[in-house]
Design a protein around this ligand. Structure first.
Ligand code: XMP
Length: 519
């Protein structure tokens, strides 16, 4: 599908912010992919045919034995190359310049670059004042630039902050233009892709047409089944696939009884009525809640729900006479293998439940039409497909649902209380116009009851915790700084409107050390 677009290749050397380079480029309607340097072989390049290359930053030193390097092919095929931080250093070293270890010249954080003598098209519109703020993060530095290069910008500790060999269209910067703290960084990328001749044809309209075509080619007259969770990703995938192959698609919405207030009906109703999508609404709440009865350990809860989900989904797939393909809303960040320098497997904090084990077990091929998209691109595609805004902007909701917002044993009574309290809380957030500023907000019902006094009587009811966080990707998060007024008003409403709760607390833990969900 993407072959018809000009393609930019980002060679990843393991920087923490490589994904941001891709983000900036996608914002400029340029199609790009990130690949770890080890995978960029000659065969890969022959197939990928990049129109330009960006070399990312990374933690290695070019002075180390076995320092990671890009293939020299990229410097001999007349394509523009931009090196960033480590990418700059490795480029200089490979093209005949020199790199030295830090020794007092390391630079981390904010720095200011001033322009050199000559103008450079890459910097058009970039220096808004006589110096421009950038973000540096380097130990080694270039001590001698390669033949053919000239200096176009310097900072106190990086005399070669911006260099270029204009004739060969090679550009190299020591700082990170992709990060927020290089405020005018996007302009550099904009200039780079313009100089490289990109047409900026990566739009959602074009993506939609090509994706439909690709799905038709892949599926032929086969049958596709899709697990609809009510989340944005699986919903957008389902609507797109339905546009491509109509009733060859069947969606299964497994209601595990752990959805929020009215959620199951809303999701099923929207897809059935608005999109006329063949949908099995599997109400399996008895099964799930039965198996969760008496279980309080978080990991056990997750395993039970994940396992049951697969069983139930398989059962319904059989009912429709089997399927050849399984549709999933996998996104690009799930696909990118970033380079691991530490090597070791990371610790499992929580076993995430999605449809992970399904494809192997059911022997189906995958249809993953969102594999090349970031989350906000999926939202843009959803809008393009006519999904309502309030649906597209919904906060993420975890696969195990309310089970992990009910620490300790799950009972129907507690779930009912939780659903009501959550609905009031979200209503408050929407009424105050805060919903879109918050990554995720929810109530957790605590496994303690506390004493209160209401009217003139004693109460002995549950306590709950409100959670609201800001985040970019769910990996790190900070609590949302509600005003005391908002918190007070919300607590009063919950206690007045939700029987069963007599105490409300606000969770002010960031992630880390906390996680977003309570379990
Ligand atoms: P934590 O709690 O680990 O969550 O900080 C990070 C983000 O992931 C969501 N989450 C899940 N999403 N299946 C999902 O699809 C899961 O099992 C799951 N557990 C947590 C969580 O809501 C937050 O957005």
């Amino acid at each position: 599908m993407t072959q018809s677009h000009d393609r930019l290749l980002i060679i990843d050397f393991g920087s923490q912010v490589t994904q941001l380079i891709a983000r900036r480029l996608r914002e400029l309607n340029v199609y790009c992919e990130i690949h770890p340097y080890q995978n960029v072989t000659q065969a890969f390049l022959n197939n990928f045919q990049p129109k330009a290359v960006i070399l990312s930053g990374g933690p290695a030193s070019v002075l180390d034995v076995d320092a990671p390097r890009p293939p020299s092919w990229i410097f001999s095929h007349g394509i523009p190359v931009l090196g960033i931080c480590y990418g700059q250093q490795v480029m200089m070293e490979m093209l005949g310049g020199k790199v030295e270890r830090g020794h007092g010249t390391a630079e981390f954080g904010r720095a200011y670059v001033v322009p050199g003598q000559n103008t450079l098209p890459l910097l058009e519109g970039w220096f808004l004042t006589d110096r421009e703020q950038v973000w540096m993060s380097h130990g080694d530095h270039v001590s001698e630039i390669a033949p053919g290069f000239e200096v176009y910008g310097t900072s106190p500790n990086a005399p070669f902050a911006i260099t270029a060999d204009v004739d060969r269209s090679f550009y190299a910067v020591q700082f990170h233009p992709e990060v927020h703290h290089t405020p005018n960084g996007k302009r550099l990328y904009e200039n780079f892709v313009r100089l490289a001749g990109f047409k900026g044809d990566w739009t959602m309209g074009a993506y939609r047409e090509e994706a439909v075509e690709k799905i038709r080619n892949q599926v032929g007259d086969g049958k596709v089944i899709c697990a609809l969770s009510g989340g944005v990703d699986s919903s957008v995938a389902a609507v797109l696939i339905h546009e491509a192959i109509g009733d060859q698609l069947t969606c299964v919405f497994v209601d595990h009884g752990l959805m929020r207030k009215n959620e199951a009906e809303e999701v099923a109703g929207m897809f059935r009525e608005h999109y006329n999508l063949p949908l099995i609404h599997a109400d399996e709440s008895e099964l799930f809640l039965g198996k969760l009865d008496g279980v309080s350990d978080p990991e056990t809860k997750r395993k039970i729900i994940g396992g049951l989900f697969i069983d139930v989904f398989e059962k319904h797939a059989k009912e429709i006479g089997g399927a050849d393909f399984l549709a999933q809303g996998t996104l690009y960040p799930d696909v990118i293998e970033s380079v691991s320098f530490s090597g070791g497997p990371s610790v499992t904090i929580k076993s995430h439940h999605n449809v992970g084990g399904l494809p192997e077990r059911m022997n189906m091929q995958l249809v993953e039409p969102l594999r090349e998209l970031f989350k906000d691109e999926v939202r843009a595609l959803g809008r393009e497909l006519g999904l309502p805004d309030h649906f597209i902007g919904r906060h993420p909701f975890p696969g195990p649902g309310l089970a992990i917002r009910c620490p300790g044993e799950i009972t129907r009574a507690k779930l009912d209380i939780l659903r009501e309290a959550d609905a009031v809380y979200i209503d408050q957030i929407r009424k105050h116009g805060l919903y879109d500023e918050i990554w995720q907000a929810f109530v957790a019902i605590l496994p303690v009851r506390t004493v209160g006094v209401m009217g003139d009587g004693r109460t002995y009811d549950y306590a709950c915790a409100l959670r609201a966080v800001t985040s970019v990707d769910g990996m790190t998060a900070d609590y949302y700084p509600f005003t005391h007024e908002f918190l007070g008003e919300t607590a009063t409403r919950i206690i007045n409107e939700v029987p069963g709760i007599n105490r409300v607390t606000y969770d002010i833990t960031s992630k880390p050390p906390g996680t977003i969900e309570w379990e």
